[in-house]
Design a protein around this ligand. Sequence first.
Ligand SMILES: NC(=O)c1ccc[n+]([C@@H]2O[C@H](COP(=O)([O-])OP(=O)(O)OC[C@H]3O[C@@H](n4cnc5c(N)ncnc54)[C@H](O)[C@@H]3O)[C@@H](O)[C@H]2O)c1
Length: 253
Amino acid sequence: MRVKNKSIIVTGAGGGIGEGIALRLAAEGARVIVNDINAALGEKVVSEILRAGGDAAFFKADVTKSAEVKALVDAAVQRHGKLDAMVNNAGWTHRNRPALEVSEDEFDRCYAVNVKSIYLSTVHAVPALRANGGGSFINIASTAGVRPRPGLTWYNGSKGAVITTSKSLAAELGPDNIRVNCINPVFNPTTGLATEFAGGELTEERLAKFRATIPLGRFSTSLDVANAALYLASDEAAFISGVCIEVDGARCV
Ligand SMILES: NC(=O)c1ccc[n+]([C@@H]2O[C@H](COP(=O)([O-])OP(=O)(O)OC[C@H]3O[C@@H](n4cnc5c(N)ncnc54)[C@H](O)[C@@H]3O)[C@@H](O)[C@H]2O)c1
């Protein structure tokens, strides 16, 4: 059990990559708060964890709303007596298309879900982590933040902001024994955002073109990302802070 009894919040864990992270952390002994804006999806993930003998509870919160993020952190501390880690996974993208065609509303939503959420989790979770004598943030950024492709410009920029902000926080919060790291997954075609990233239906032609840019010859899975998150959340990563782990089959080299 690599994260036994650790109190961990996973945002956007009702599906996709977040669900994979919540399941993996729970299987390794973590007490998980499954967060999402979609209660039905989040409750389903909790049921799956409980059925497997793990410990989890659902907490509905919108990561773009300060009061809701505060309530989410408070819920973890109330239930577990502490907070050890927060996985900021909830994310959103505008559909893949020319930068000039993305609306202002879409831009605002992208930055609210992807970037403001990091600000709010920092503001509300750092006091809890300090009270715990330390802990860690695991921010799910993207290969988009280091190797941007056309059509996802505003999303790419938001993930670049996540990466730089995380490194800055690692430098600033180190003296509090708080580690801040990122994971940069490459495309995962099974998730809710996949068709948006691809700019439409996942045709074999579209997938093949993209797959050909990944040296290991396949896309990422939620389990690939979850395994990286498990390492970063565990004490094995006690001296790892300010890094981004590319989970991308060498796409970014
Ligand atoms: N799927 C990929 O190919 C890929 C690649 C690189 C990075 N990422 C990143 O991984 C993360 C997860 O993406 P995914 O593909 O699993 O997406 P997904 O759409 O499958 O899952 C995201 C979950 O977040 C929830 N969510 C959305 N807005 C929220 C909010 N405001 N508050 C709380 N929950 C909210 C959704 O309800 C959903 O359950 C995102 O940060 C995304 O940018 C995904």
